[in-house]
Ligand binder design. Structure first.
Ligand code: ADP
Ligand code: ADP
Ligand code: ZN
Length: 216
């Protein structure tokens, strides 16, 4: 199964992709994570992308399409994958259709996660993650079960993203509405779009996504 999770920053794409990947043995592919890895490694691509990401703008299409193309050819993605944060422009969506067709496959479904803007800003500004394993948390909605200790790996170190502040979030939302939202119509036309209410609790959203995947 090949899925896309579509939604604004903070909609819960990463959270839901992670749960779905475990439940359905799919590989989670996040262009945001790939780009942050390139930034951390200090590669030329990472240096260029890092400055753009700090402003909350989108990295050029050819860069992210290149990252995804490379990733699709790795063996582990053979059993199916969840694209989290890609595509984000019509050009990326068209490139994805192409890449999949070349590999004799096609996108199954696109899950659109709907969340109000005010909630998005609150989610983004409260987001943090385990520094060691990357498990995602939130100051209000998903605290570790034991204060200060990661549920998954026991680490006591956590990180916040540089771009997760209110000012940059506003820029990211602007980029979403201008460049990414048009994908909703694109996928509706293809008959692949399924919308879920992203305002519900994490486990209820997961249920709704699974339901959408299990009904034709
Ligand atoms: P979010 O939590 O906002 O959905 P991501 O981790 O997916 O964040 O992306 C972080 C940043 O990485 C984006 O603001 C953008 O600069 C860049 N980025 C990630 N994916 C893409 C993409 N498909 N196209 C262009 N830029 C991307
Ligand atoms: P995205 O990948 O779309 O940017 P995340 O999955 O990182 O979004 O979620 C953003 C923040 O909101 C995280 O801190 C996460 O723990 C929290 N979160 C995710 N889903 C929900 C939800 N349904 N209700 C409340 N908080 C949520
Ligand atoms: Zn951890």
């Amino acid at each position: 199964m090949i899925l896309v999770l579509l939604g604004p920053p903070g909609a819960g794409k990463g959270t839901q992709a992670n749960l779905l990947a475990k439940k359905r043995s799919l590989v989670q592919l996040s262009t945001g994570d790939m780009l942050r890895a390139a930034v951390a490694a200090g590669t030329p691509l990472g240096r260029k992308a890092g400055a753009i990401m700090e402003r909350g703008e989108l990295v050029p299409d050819d860069v992210v399409i290149g990252l995804i193309a490379e990733r699709l050819d790795q063996k582990d993605s053979g059993g199916g994958y969840i694209l989290d944060g890609f595509p984000r422009t019509i050009a990326q969506a068209e490139a994805l259709d192409h890449l999949l067709a070349e590999r004799g496959t096609t996108l199954d479904k696109v899950i659109e996660m709907k969340v109000d803007d005010d909630a998005l800003v609150e989610r983004i500004t409260g987001r943090f993650a385990c520094a060691k394993c990357g498990e995602g948390y939130h100051d209000l909605y998903k605290l570790p079960k034991r204060a200060g200790v990661c549920d998954r790996c026991g680490s006591t170190e956590f990180v916040r993203r540089k771009d997760d502040n209110e000012e940059v979030v506003r820029a990211r939302l602007k980029a979403y509405y201008a460049q990414t939202e048009p994908l909703i119509g694109h996928y509706r036309k293809q008959g692949k779009l399924r919308a879920v209410d992203g305002m519900a609790d994490i486990n209820l959203v997961q249920k709704a996504i699974n339901q959408a995947l299990d009904t034709p």
